[in-house]
Design a protein around this ligand. Structure first.
Ligand SMILES: CC(C)(COP(=O)(O)OP(=O)(O)OC[C@H]1O[C@@H](n2cnc3c(N)ncnc32)[C@H](O)[C@@H]1OP(=O)(O)O)[C@@H](O)C(=O)NCCC(=O)NCCS
Length: 161
């Protein structure tokens, strides 16, 4: 039984995603400084992801009325799976649908690049929002483990594209 279907509340297909004034764009590594600032503000850590030297690297930026408010970074995990490595939204702009819009945009782009699955890891105790959003979007938990570096439990979510 697909339990997640009980709580899935993804917007209707074709419905506009995200608040008015939101613009999501794909960027290259030239936005590194901006990513660093967003990442530092959101996660309070200088490390963005371990390495940008990845196949099919995808950097998405979210702008609200021309102000950068969020980001999402993903890359090829293997020939079937696109992996979202990190993302976040400024606290001042949360609960307005920005993360959901970033997720939808990355999934659509990954699908167009030929990937069949989409995956992300998250720490539900530290950042519950992404777990809730993942379940609402029909993702399933495929793995759970303890991460000694963060001293916390980590969930891996996956969804078919
Ligand atoms: C998690 C995060 C990205 C969510 O960003 P956001 O733009 O606020 O998310 P959205 O507005 O798109 O949320 C869509 C839905 O997900 C759920 N949701 C998101 N954040 C939630 C939270 N903190 N608590 C409960 N539900 C939440 C809600 O159902 C929400 O819809 P609603 O506001 O209509 O109820 C943001 O809180 C964040 O950056 N947190 C810190 C970093 C982080 O956790 N990054 C992800 C690590 S994997």
């Amino acid at each position: 039984m697909d339990v997640s279907s009980d709580i899935t509340s993804s917007p209707e297909p074709g419905a506009p995603i995200g608040p008015a004034g939101l613009r999501i764009e794909e960027a290259g590594l030239e936005v590194h400084e901006l990513l660093f600032t967003l990442n530092m503000t959101i996660f309070k850590e200088p490390r963005i992801i371990n390495t940008f030297d990845r196949s099919d690297l995808m950097i998405l930026l979210a702008w609200m009325d021309e102000e950068p408010v969020g980001f999402k970074i993903g890359y090829r995990e293997n020939r079937f799976t696109f992996y979202s490595a990190k993302g976040g939204v400024l606290a001042t702009h949360r609960r307005r649908g920005v993360a959901r819009a970033l997720l939808h945009e990355m999934m659509a782009r990954a699908r167009r690049r030929g990937y069949a699955r989409f995956a992300f890891d998250t720490f539900p105790n530290m950042h519950p929002g992404m777990t809730i959003l993942g379940l609402l979007e029909g993702f399933r938990v495929m793995k759970a483990d303890y991460n000694p570096a963060y001293r916390d439990y980590r969930l891996r979510f996956e969804k078919k594209l």
